[in-house]
Design a protein. Structure first.
Ligand code: HEM
Length: 392
C-alpha cells in the first residue's frame, strides 16, 4: 500500500505505510497535494517549533507575493471567521490573541470544571447503560465534549443541536483537496455559526466564557467570534474521536482493557497512550516561510509540509515497541496535542474529559462488549469512526 489519504483502506490501516516512510523516505514529496510529507518524530517535533514555518503566510506576504493563487471570493466569509481565531494566525497577532484568551481560560478555571464534567459523563453513561447500550459515539463520545464546551460558553440547551453539524461542516474544509460542495458547505456553516455567536455576544448572560471574552476590550467582535468558533470546533472534534478510536483500540487489545479494568489508577497513562496509539488528528500542515533543510532534504520557501502526527507517534526512535498498546506506558512524548506556539490550549480540559468519560464507562459498564466491527468515516485528517455499537 502507498500513502493515499483518499483511499479508505489506507485510512483504515495507515501504520504500515508510515513505518515504510519513516525508514525509507522520511521526507518525501507528495505530488497530488504538492506537499512534503514528514514522517519522523524528531522532524515533526522540530518543525512544529521552527519559526521559519507557519500555519499562515499572510502576516508576511499576500497570496500573490507568496506565489499562491488567491482564494475564491465565495470563501471570504469562511476565512473571515477562521482567521480571527488564534489557530490560523502567526505572531504578533497569535501572541496577542493567545494571551487574551488564556486570561479567560485559566488552568484554575478548567480544573474547576472537573466535578461538572464528571457529573455529565456519569449521567450520559447511566442513560447508555439503562438502554442496554447502543452507539457509544452518538450517546457518549459526542455529547460529552459538546455539553462541556457549550456550558462553558453559556450556549442554551435549546441551541446545542446546532453546534456539532456546524463544526463538522467547517472541518470539511480541513481535509485534503476538499470538493467544491464541501467548501460551500463549510462557508455556509462558518457564516451561520458566526452570525449566531455575534447575537450571543451582544447578550451573553453572566458567568460564562463568552461574557468573559466580551469584557476584554482589546478583543474585537470578529476575534471574539473566531475564538468561540475555534473553541467549539477544537473543543470537541478531536475529543469525540479519541473516545471512539480509544475504545476501538481497547477492544482490539483485550489484555490491556482487562489491565485497565483491574487498575483504574492507570487511567491517566492509558488516555495518553490511546491518544498516541491512534491519534484522531493524523496530519497538520505548515507553510515554509524560509528555505529549510529537513533530514538532508532542501525544502524551498513557498511550499507546504504535511506533518504526519500518526507516524511520529509510532516512531521506534522515541517509543519502545511503538506498535504495542501499553496502557501503563510511562515515557510518552506523543505529539497529539502539537508542540510549539500552537500547542493545544485545551489539552488540560481534553484530559479531564477523557479521563472522566473512560472512567465512568469502566465503572458503570463492566461488561461492555463490541457488537460489530466499526467503520471509519473515511476522513483522513480528522480520522474517526462512524459509530461504535456496543452492548452493556
Ligand atoms: C483530545 C482532544 C484534543 C486534541 C487531540 C487536540 C489537538 C490539538 C492540536 C494538535 C493543536 C495544534 C494544531 C497545530 O499546531 O496546527 C491544537 C490547538 C488548539 N486546541 Fe486542541 N485538541 C484537543 C482538544 C481541545 C479542547 C477540548 C480545546 C478547547 C476547549 C482545544 C482548543 C485548542 C485551541 C484553542 C488550539 C489553538 C492553539 C493555538 O493556535 O495557539 N483543543 N489542538
Amino acid at each position: 500500500m502507498r500513502f493515499d489519504p483518499w483511499d479508505p483502506d489506507f485510512v483504515a490501516h495507515p501504520y504500515g505505510v508510515y513505518a515504510d516512510l519513516r525508514e525509507h523516505r522520511p521526507v518525501s514529496f507528495f505530488e497530488p497535494t504538492g506537499q512534503w510529507l514528514v514522517a519522523r518524530h524528531a522532524d515533526v517535533n522540530a518543525l512544529l517549533r521552527d519559526r521559519r514555518l507557519g500555519r499562515s503566510y499572510l502576516h508576511l506576504a499576500t497570496h500573490e507575493e507568496f506565489g499562491r493563487p488567491p482564494e475564491p471570493d465565495f470563501q471570504e466569509p469562511f476565512w473571515r471567521v477562521i482567521r480571527a481565531g488564534m489557530l490560523d494566525v502567526e505572531p504578533p497577532v497569535h501572541t496577542r490573541l493567545r494571551r487574551l484568551v488564556s486570561r479567560a481560560f485559566t488552568p484554575r478555571m478548567v480544573e474547576s470544571l472537573r466535578p461538572r464534567v464528571r457529573k455529565t459523563a456519569e449521567s450520559l453513561v447511566d442513560s447508555f447503560v439503562a438502554k442496554g447500550g447502543g452507539d457509544l459515539i452518538a450517546e457518549v463520545a459526542e455529547p460529552l465534549p459538546v455539553t462541556v464546551i457549550a456550558d462553558m460558553l453559556g450556549i442554551p440547551e435549546s441551541d446545542r443541536h446546532l453546534l456539532r453539524p456546524w463544526s463538522a461542516d467547517i472541518c470539511g474544509m480541513y481535509e485534503l483537496n476538499p470538493s467544491i460542495e464541501a467548501q460551500h458547505t463549510a462557508v455556509r456553516a462558518a457564516q451561520e455559526f458566526g452570525d449566531y455567536l455575534r447575537e450571543r455576544a451582544a447578550d451573553p448572560g453572566d458567568d460564562n466564557l463568552i461574557a468573559a471574552l466580551a469584557a476584554i476590550d482589546e478583543l474585537t467582535m470578529d476575534e471574539l467570534v473566531g475564538t468561540c468558533v475555534l473553541l467549539l470546533n477544537a473543543g470537541h472534534e478531536a475529543t469525540v474521536n479519541v473516545t471512539g478510536n480509544g475504545w476501538w483500540a481497547l477492544f482490539r487489545n483485550p489484555a490491556e482493557l482487562a489491565r485497565l479494568r483491574e487498575d483504574p489508577g492507570l487511567l491517566p497513562t492509558a488516555v495518553e497512550e490511546l491518544m498516541r496509539w491512534d491519534t484522531p488528528l493524523q496530519m497538520f500542515e505548515r507553510w515554509v516561510l524560509d528555505d529549510i533543510e529537513v533530514g538532508g532534504v532542501a525544502i524551498p520557501k513557498g511550499v507546504e509540509v504535511a506533518l504526519l502526527f500518526g507516524s511520529a507517534n509510532r516512531d521506534p526512535e522515541v517509543f519502545a515497541e511503538p506498535d504495542r498498546l501499553d496502557v501503563g506506558r510511562a515515557d510518552n512524548p506523543h505529539i497529539s496535542f502539537g508542540a510549539g506556539i500552537h500547542f493545544c490550549l485545551g489539552a488540560p480540559l481534553a484530559r479531564i474529559e477523557l479521563i472522566e468519560s473512560f472512567g465512568a464507562l469502566l465503572r458503570k459498564a463492566p461488561k461492555l462488549e463490541l457488537l460489530r466491527e466499526p467503520e471509519w468515516t473515511g476522513n483522513y485528517i480528522i480520522r474517526g469512526l462512524r459509530s461504535l455499537e456496543m452492548s452493556v
